[in-house]
Design a protein around this ligand. Structure first.
Ligand SMILES: Cc1cc2nc3c(=O)[nH]c(=O)nc-3n(C[C@H](O)[C@H](O)[C@H](O)COP(=O)(O)O)c2cc1C
Length: 315
């Protein structure tokens, strides 16, 4: 069995209903390329990059994965660089935004460059606003997600609400770290899943080894939603490992929201160690392609059992 095409795979023109989350600082062209080469949508994170750097990262990912691979670019609205948005829209398959009200002018500029437009949202109302703004794809982010969190609802009820409100291809994000969780959200009506934390613990991600070790040692109960790393980005709740909040003695407004990369030379224990409730599924540092294959293999097995069950019960 292979996962059947979905409205997401058709509109993005990729093989797998899987998007790697663009993660500021952590994402590398090699990570985006590995996911895209497997048939998913690889993402570059534009936060903090110039337009030349964004284009160079997309080009590098496509060179590694092949020009048929699908690579997108993620923007954080509070730090949006207009030139980078313009440039990304011309070279990426999809350009998406997060953490700002959906904006028809941005969507128009993305379409003008030739890319699909997407928005990661945290509520039904925000999803409706994204559809009204002209988005081609909506990402519904549940409160289980690692990194910055937009809404307050857990993923499954949010998915049901958003699914009921729009027919636009819908991606589910937040706490999806296993094939079983992937199958669950696909069965609940998602057209694809978006995975972040699992890809932080891959050989291609740019993360400090001590951050990776902390992820490996943690489970879902070890994360907390807080406003603990708010320097330059206040009033934006984020899910991190509880231990990094406990370890930090600075005021939240004095703590950098940047996750510790390989080059980080501060104290990792008290840096922003983002992690979703999916962190329990991080049991080793793998190449990103192995993570993709594991997710797909296990999701297929669950979906196959569900299909057999439906047949046996005359469904
Ligand atoms: C380390 C890290 C950095 C993130 N950075 C971004 C970002 O720059 N832009 C964005 O849209 N989402 C970002 N996110 C959130 C993801 O888009 C996604 O919602 C989340 O990873 C899904 O939950 P999961 O981590 O349980 O898979 C980040 C998440 C993590 C774990």
């Amino acid at each position: 069995m292979t996962l059947p095409p979905t409205p997401f795979t058709r509109i993005v023109d990729c093989r797998l209903p899987l998007q790697q989350a663009g993660m500021g600082g952590v994402t590398t062209p090699a990570l985006a390329a590995a996911v895209a080469a497997e048939g998913g949508l690889g993402m570059v994170a534009a936060a903090g990059l110039t337009s030349d750097q964004v284009c160079a990262q997309v080009a590098a990912a496509l060179e590694l994965a092949g020009n048929d691979a699908r690579v997108g670019v993620n923007f954080l609205v509070p730090f949006l660089d207009d030139q980078a948005l313009e440039a990304a829209s011309q070279v990426a398959a999809l350009v998406e935004c997060f953490y700002g009200d959906p904006d028809a002018a941005i969507v128009e500029r993305v379409h003008g460059g030739g890319a699909l437009a997407a928005w990661q949202v945290g509520s039904r109302d925000e999803a409706r606003a994204a559809v009204d703004a002209g988005c081609d794809v909506i990402v519904a982010q549940g409160v289980e997600a690692g990194g910055h969190v937009r809404g307050t609802s857990p993923l499954l009820p949010l998915l049901e609400e958003v699914r009921g409100a729009t027919r636009v291809p819908l991606v589910a994000a937040g706490g999806v770290g296993t094939g079983a969780a992937m199958a669950e959200v696909l069965l609940a009506g998602a057209d694809a899943v978006r995975v972040g934390t699992r890809f932080v613990a891959t050989s291609e991600a740019d993360v400090h080894p001590a951050y990776r070790d902390a992820l490996l040692a943690s489970g879902a109960g070890d994360t907390v939603l807080a406003e603990a790393f708010s320097m330059g980005w206040p009033h934006a709740p984020h899910r991190v490992l509880r231990q990094c909040v406990d370890a930090s003695t600075l005021e939240p407004a004095m703590r950098s929201p940047l996750p510790p990369t390989r080059a980080f030379d501060g104290e990792v224990a008290s840096a922003a160690l983002y992690a979703g409730e999916s962190v329990g599924a991080v049991t080793g540092v793998l190449p990103a392609a192995a993570v993709v294959r594991e997710l797909i293999r296990d999701a297929e097995a669950v979906l196959q059992r569900a299909a057999v069950g439906r047949r046996e019960h005359g469904g």
